[in-house]
Design a protein around this ligand. Structure first.
Ligand code: TXA
Ligand code: MG
Length: 324
């Protein structure tokens, strides 16, 4: 299979209609969202959803997120929308917040890996929304990378992993946020963050006027087991670049004569080996380091970086499991 690259920046209408037709025929199409590129299939087509697990080499027990274009579409995939869910949807949809609620019986079990719950969000990306509308039903979409690779933030990253494995990629340029959405479970009395992202706990608490349960601290020795109980995706070994990732707090900690990459949100000494550090650039820089065979990545943890819980979560994961 040759994977088609659909240039939605130059030809949005044609690209969307080609992508929608492929999805309606049961093929897989990757599309941009404001967080990362997703690999789409129609939520009610179990066979098509099965293809996602094969294309990504994704463990079958890791459930998927459904993407909706109108709030009304949520009613077709969840059993009921609680008042808390309603409030959060009003405030954060469309946006980088995924909610977990009890699943509608019409949604095939494969979507939620057999769980009684379903994760869903409304992406804040015109192309994604138009694609979902053209297809006429929610699209499930995990990040469009091979399992174990960083999530793709450009169409080129998608092709690196998925060339020949999927029908098409809708190229909408670079994703604005660059890390995956915040996943919030509403299954218990108190909402619980299962995966931190650009929408922070404080932002959710402000809207709800109540405390929520934070993601388990990353340095807890059993953090993975704890998280796995609530979110199956958290138990898998996450992507780490082949390079060793080292956290630093000061420029004086960086030796200057190594084959290394330095990620920082500032570059006061105008060093050529310093690359930008932000949610938008992190995964692209990890891919780049691997492509160049870089052996060590220094990440400068300035205050502005530490304040971003989603970004810090992905940085810590990259340190946790240095791959051999
Ligand atoms: O930003 C995003 O969320 C991107 C874009 C494409 O929307 N999607 C994404 O999907 O990151 P994925 O499949 O890579 O991550 C989905 C996460 C996994 O950690 C999974 O375990 C969790 O959401 N999840 C999905 N359904 C769940 C459920 N019913 N209960 C708990 N966790 C769930
Ligand atoms: Mg993923």
């Amino acid at each position: 299979m040759q994977t088609q690259l659909l240039d939605a920046l130059a030809y949005p209408a044609e690209s969307i209609s080609t992508a929608a037709a492929l999805l309606q025929r049961g093929e897989l199409v990757a599309f941009p969202t404001e967080t990362v590129y997703g690999l789409g299939a129609r939520v009610f087509d179990a066979e098509q959803v099965q293809k996602i697990f094969i294309a990504k080499k994704r463990p079958q027990d890791n459930p998927l997120i459904a993407h909706i274009a109108e709030a009304e579409q949520a009613q077709r995939i969840v059993r009921s929308i609680s008042p808390i869910a309603q409030k959060l949807m009003q405030k954060f949809f469309p946006g980088a917040l995924t909610l977990v609620l009890p699943k509608h019986p019409d949604v095939p079990a494969i979507v939620s890996a057999g769980l009684d719950s379903i994760a869903f969000r409304m992406p804040a990306h015109t192309l994604a929304l138009e694609l979902i509308r053209s297809v006429g039903q929610p699209l499930v979409a995990p990040s469009a990378n091979l399992s174990g690779k960083p999530s793709p933030t450009t169409a080129k990253h998608v092709l690196q992993d998925m060339q020949g494995r999927i029908a098409a990629v809708l190229d909408g340029g670079e994703c604005g946020i660059g890390i995956e959405s915040t996943v919030l479970s509403l299954l218990e009395a108190t909402p619980r963050i299962l995966r931190p992202g650009a929408i922070h706990a404080e932002m959710i608490e402000e809207v709800l006027g109540q405390r929520i349960i934070r993601n388990q601290p990353l340095d807890a020795s059993n953090s993975h087991e704890l998280a796995a109980v609530h979110s199956p995706g958290m138990k898998y070994r996450h992507y780490a670049p082949s390079a060793q990732v080292q956290l630093i707090h000061d420029w004086s900690e960086v030796p200057s004569n190594e084959l290394s990459l330095i990620l920082a949100s500032e570059n006061p000494h105008h060093r050529e080996d310093v690359r930008p550090l932000s949610t938008q650039s992190l995964y692209a820089e990890f891919r780049r380091a691997d492509d160049l065979g870089i052996t060590r990545i220094y990440i400068l943890l300035t205050k502005d970086i530490v304040a971003q819980e989603g970004l810090m979560n992905r940085i810590m994961k990259a340190c946790e499991f240095p791959s051999s």
